[in-house]
Design a protein around this ligand. Sequence first.
Ligand SMILES: Nc1ncnc2c1ncn2[C@@H]1O[C@H](COP(=O)(O)OP(=O)(O)OP(=O)(O)O)[C@@H](O)[C@H]1O
Length: 299
Amino acid sequence: MLACLRGAQKRYGAVQALAGVDLDVRAGEVLAVLGANGAGKTTALGLLTGRLTADGGEVELLGGDPTDPAIRRGIGVMLQEGNLPDTLRVAEHVRLYSSYYPDPRPLAESLALAGLTEIAQRPYSALSGGQQRRVQFALAICGRAPLLFVDEPTVGLDVESRRNFWAVLRQLRDEGTGIVLTTHYLEEADALADRVALMAAGQVLAEDTPTGIKSRAAGKRLRARTHLASELIASWPDVRSAVATDSGVEVVSNHAESVLRRWFAADETLADLEVRPLSLEEAFLSLTAAQASSVEETA
Ligand SMILES: Nc1ncnc2c1ncn2[C@@H]1O[C@H](COP(=O)(O)OP(=O)(O)OP(=O)(O)O)[C@@H](O)[C@H]1O
């Protein structure tokens, strides 16, 4: 194991950002930490990378303490915002960062992996937002660290850059690098991750393969015109949510057949029925909502 959190807690004033989080990071594996804004992803990464200290629980990085600078030399980090001097050129930034590491990649290789070869001589200030993200990625990988942390790496990248970025992460993973990735994008977690940790409200709600996460959230969306109130339908067994819309009541359920039988029996005027599978995104949202409310109930 390359790094772990055990029962990690972190509070900012009144906000419990992490309420007892367990995470394992392994070599040759991409762990995607997935969750909505404020779920605690960046805070979890902050503890693992030694930028923040835990209020409780344990944090281990490469067999040691993540606040130890010698230990931190073994990791590469791409944060959401990199504050880099504007005046240095791309290649100068990468060369400078490489010099902090004992066994860095050749400069040309780091630039190529990040897609920066063509713009290596440009000053950082003259780059687009997406190009600046790529420089930050180059800085994270230039040290050939066995463990890489990337925080929402593809926000602001166009489709092609995003695909290239995924390909490079897969290559690094296949070379044995452990990678921790935070993302809002289920598609990204699906494309890259060996394991997904689904976070909400400072807790890990589920940890599984992407396929496992999707099958836990399996469900259908039903929509029909009905004279029944959405609140009534929401109270039925097997109904995850029921919402009134312009085109009828929309119901999410993982036992669509039993809900339909009850709905037909309760409302003989039921019309314009539509049944379709949840999209990945809907499945994710539905799983997060269902588990968050059960966490609240037991809290
Ligand atoms: N420096 C801080 N001071 C006060 N509250 C903070 C601070 N940093 C984070 N928080 C709060 O802690 C909680 C978790 O934040 P965190 O940034 O870890 O979430 P996240 O999952 O990374 O969100 P996002 O997807 O928006 O980046 C949030 O409620 C946030 O408002």
